[in-house]
Design a protein around this ligand. Structure first.
Ligand code: HAM
Length: 431
């Protein structure tokens, strides 16, 4: 038997309802924030991620799914959504749009060759947002408010927001030099990854999972001491806007994020759900004012985030939160004999077009097993179609919850169902 690839999973059964629910709540929230939907290819030219995500990042060095297509082109399955959206922004000249800032959201699979464990997959899904054209710190706060409000709407409590500023290029360059000078005499004390980071991106040493408890890490220079006035002012204003929204946050000077493109604000949202484990960062993001230009577009400020859908669903499950209404079945249609099937099929189709949820028996079950099936589906009404019903155009409907039986003419059918389904006070409708 062929099995699924390591680190992937099938969305089946109840998981399907959960994914659709979470996406639906996010999409409705995005309408309220006035964002447009965007979808970009699952694979892109490899160079996009080398230049966009950064050659020095773990993602590009160790985790990408790279392949050569049949035309000999170097391709990569997207490890994250930002680089593709930036490519699309530039290629489609969205910077010329009169409706700026350009506010976009997406949902889809990302691929990283990581060591699979709880909350870490090789194919996972992100709900993400990218905004182009605004350097206003209010936009940084809007971006942080989206996952906070989203998690609130889903009912998740105990959410923690961590923020930091990496400053503009001048501040970041000054800090980089200070870190290099500081770590150089201690290189031998660092893990092998950090020794490499020292040369490629010394900021990443600060979020090393191996070395973080060491004293040399705790005493390392702090970014805040290297922020120039423009960067300090930006970060202060972001905090004032977050305060205006009553969003609680912690300034975490060691938060540098694993991607190279960030400037100014970076943030992560963590679920402090009991028993949830180490993969508790649900969401990460920040400002990336130089990336559009680095990918050959016009200089454009930008900010965004992405939420990991699997981690989010696990957090909601741990808290026993609901995933919306149970699926309802309005009418279960039973043709009595094979001669009744076409008529039953046509009537079921008409009801679906009128907005009802309908199932029609397609396994030619006996009447008894059809009623059992209707119970298993928690169908509101069972509609039996036999010769009499066809000839007289009078239909027999049974309320499967109260067991009441009704005779309804075909002309009255839709009004009858509308009225009875909206006023139904059975247990299933009021759970
Ligand atoms: P990221 O921090 O790499 O950021 O990923 C965002 C979220 O995706 C993480 O917080 C986590 O919930 C989820 N995630 C990441 N890797 C995995 C995995 N292997 N398995 C399951 N979930 C995972 C980005 O991807 C940036 N593009 C975010 C961004 C958008 N920054 C600006 N705009």
């Amino acid at each position: 038997m062929i099995q699924k690839p390591k680190g992937t999973y099938d969305i089946t059964g109840d998981m399907g309802n959960k994914v659709r629910y979470v996406e639906h709540v996010f999409s409705a929230l995005m309408d309220r924030y006035h964002y447009d939907y965007i979808a970009t290819p699952l694979f892109e030219n490899s160079s996009l991620f080398h230049r966009g995500v950064g050659d020095s990042t773990d993602i590009v060095r160790k985790e990408t799914y790279d392949f050569t297509d049949r035309g000999g082109r170097a391709m990569t399955l997207r490890p994250e959504g930002t680089a593709g959206v930036v490519r699309s922004y530039i290629e489609n000249k969205m910077y010329g749009d009169i409706n700026l800032p350009k506010k976009l959201w997406y949902f889809g699979s990302m691929f990283r060759y990581e060591r699979p464990q709880a909350g870490r997959f090789r194919e996972f899904r992100q709900l993400g947002v990218e905004v182009f054209g605004s350097s206003d710190p209010m936009m940084d706060a809007e971006i942080i408010s989206i996952p906070v409000n989203f998690l609130r709407l889903l009912g998740l409590k105990g959410v923690k927001v961590h923020i930091n500023s990496l400053g503009d290029k001048e501040s970041r360059d000054a800090y980089r030099e200070a870190l290099k000078a500081y770590f150089e005499p201690h290189l031998e004390e660092l893990c092998s990854d950090c020794k490499e980071r020292f040369h490629t991106n010394p900021l990443r040493i600060l979020d090393c999972k191996v070395d973080h408890e060491k004293d040399i890490m705790k005493q390392a220079p702090k970014m805040e001491d290297y922020l120039n006035d423009v960067s300090k002012d930006h970060f202060n204003k972001v905090q004032e806007y977050l305060d205006a929204l009553n969003i609680e946050y912690t300034v975490n000077p060691n938060l540098v994020r694993g991607l190279d493109y960030y400037t100014h604000t970076v943030f992560e949202v963590e679920a402090s759900v009991e028993g949830f484990g180490s993969q508790n960062v649900l969401c990460g993001g920040g400002r990336y004012d130089r990336l559009v230009e680095m990918l050959d577009g016009p200089s454009t400020p930008a900010v965004g985030f992405a939420i990991g859908m699997e981690r989010l669903i696990t957090a909601l499950e741990y808290e026993n939160l609901s995933f919306g209404e149970e699926k309802q079945l309005d009418v279960y249609v039973i043709p009595v004999t094979s001669e009744d099937k076409e008529y039953a099929f046509g009537l079921g189709n008409a009801l679906r077009l009128s907005g009802f949820t309908v199932e029609i028996d397609s396994l030619n079950r006996s009447m008894k097993s059809n009623f059992k099936q209707a119970d298993r589906y928690h169908a509101h009404f069972v509609m039996i179609i036999g010769e009499t019903e066809r000839n007289d155009s009078i239909l027999t409907l049974k309320n499967n919850h109260t067991k009441e039986e009704f005779k309804v003419t075909i002309d009255q059918l839709i009004d009858f169902l509308d009225e009875h389904l909206s006023s139904c006070d059975c247990d299933d409708c009021h759970e």
